[in-house]
Design a binder for this molecule. Structure first.
Ligand code: EPZ
Length: 416
């Protein structure tokens, strides 16, 4: 089990390149199941989750190989229609193969993803939508089996905004007969990126990025070569790292339009941020002021940035109220931050964070992807050496994080 050691107290300075977005790469790689042929995906981040989805595609008979930041996928020989438990339990996003497999192979058998640290994470809305498109759904032995001779367009409402639910049904609907409407759809940039790739493959999708997406079914699609958008959560994480350490950092190859809510909150917290095209400059020299935050579906403040922002608020001047409205158990990092000296009180889905003068280093345990990032951030400013255990959570979603931080001047290293 790797761990990461950080000597706190260094100001981050210099330039960091933002990698491709994990949550765009996963659905886009899976969309290759919709049409036979060879695909080239560029700017794909080198992450455990990308490895998992490549393994899942290979399991189904496709060939998926990485060459640097490019991934070549060939879906000429899809033999199986089953996504087994040992793969799905490692990564819930595997459920994304359900829609495209029913659309292309008329059949799919996917292990039900269990819950995870941050919540129960049901997929009822994925299944409800698929049934409305005409699929016959059977749940047994921990698997969902879906079959349909030919999916038919439907008018689908999402009770809750769901990112992968929107993506799964968008991919199911592109080859359906007739028109599908997805109402109360997710508006995340990763949903828009997937729609753009599907349209490049020959689909007819309008309205991605708004709450109503219209999909006119087509008879066939073709393979494409596309590039993955930058990761907005990695962008937010490095902006906060610069603010926390009173540093001076330039983020390049990012997409400022995708992090508007984070920039707004950081500016209100006293951080000087300037934006130029694909670059963001963060000057963290002023005092940090407490601001309140409530997580919301995009374009609101992202739940995937909540833990990282809480670290900044833990050393801010004042008291901040942080409300988590998306997941029911996404305060796991609070216990570890309190062991480092943070003053945080939880009541229901709200945390009251009273700024303290500084954090103190401690051995801490990562629990989920974004919580582990917040522990690294805390280690950057804590007095002494922080030891973060179970960093495999980090490797799922952050490419070479300790390398990027050490290039910015942090005293950070990974030990086996
Ligand atoms: C996506 O997860 C992201 N993962 C998550 O990022 C992100 O936190 C989340 O969206 C919210 O933005 C990927 O894109 C691979 P949801 P997803 O369906 O799609 C409820 C990370 O760190 N819900 O939008 O699984 C659900 O319980 C990960 O990169 C249902 O009730 O999340 C939750 O409360 C963590 N029924 C809410 O909707 C359903 O059928 C939002 O979940 C589906 C969801």
């Amino acid at each position: 089990m790797d761990k990461i050691l950080i000597e706190g107290g260094r100001s981050l300075k210099g330039q960091v390149r933002i990698s491709g977005a994990k949550n765009a790469a996963l659905p886009i790689l899976v969309s290759s199941l919709l049409a036979e042929g060879s695909y080239t995906y560029s700017n794909v981040p080198d992450l455990k989750d990308v490895e998992s989805i490549k393994q899942l595609l290979s399991n189904l008979g496709a060939r998926a190989e990485a060459h640097g930041d490019k991934v070549h996928v060939d879906t000429g020989r899809i033999l199986s229609y089953e996504a087994p438990y040992d793969l799905v339990r490692k990564m819930r996003a595997s459920i994304l193969v359900l829609g495209p497999m029913v659309a292309r192979l008329q059949k799919a058998r996917v292990s039900l993803p269990g819950g995870c640290a941050i919540g129960a994470r049901p997929i009822n809305l994925h299944l409800k939508g698929l049934a409305q498109l005409g699929a016959n759904i059977i749940l047994e032995h921990g698997y969902v089996q879906a079959e349909a001779k030919k999916l038919k367009g439907a008018d689908i409402y999402f009770d809750t905004v769901t990112v992968t639910g929107t993506e799964n049904l968008m991919m199911a609907a592109v080859l359906a007969e007739g028109t599908t409407l997805l109402r109360n759809a997710a508006r995340e940039p990763e949903v828009v990126a997937l729609a753009e790739v599907l349209n490049k493959m020959g689909a007819d999708i309008q309205g991605a990025g708004t709450t109503v997406i219209t999909i006119n079914g087509v008879t066939s699609l073709k393979p494409v070569s596309v590039s993955i958008i930058p990761d907005r959560i990695e962008t937010g994480t490095f902006m906060i790292a610069a603010a926390l350490t009173h540093g001076d950092v330039t983020l390049v190859d990012c997409e400022p339009d995708h992090v508007g809510a984070c920039i707004d909150k950081l500016r209100r917290a006293g951080v000087r941020i300037s934006v130029h095209e694909k670059t963001i400059h963060v000057d963290g020299n002023d005092e940090i002021i407490s601001v309140d935050v409530k997580t919301q579906p995009y374009p609101g403040f992202p739940t995937d940035m909540q833990a990282q922002f809480m670290v900044l608020m833990s050393i801010a001047n004042g008291t901040s109220i942080i409300s988590e409205t998306i997941f029911e158990n996404r305060f796991i990092h609070v216990g570890e931050l309190k062991r480092m000296g943070a003053d945080i009180k939880i009541s229901g889905n709200t945390a009251m964070v009273k700024g303290v003068s500084g954090l103190s280093a401690a051995p801490v345990m990562a629990s989920d992807l974004r919580a582990s990032a917040s522990l690294i951030l805390a280690g950057l400013v804590a007095e002494g050496q922080t030891e973060v255990n179970r960093v495999y959570h980090l490797d799922r979603g952050y490419e070479a994080i300790e390398k990027k931080f050490s290039e910015l001047g942090a005293a950070i290293k990974r030990v086996k």
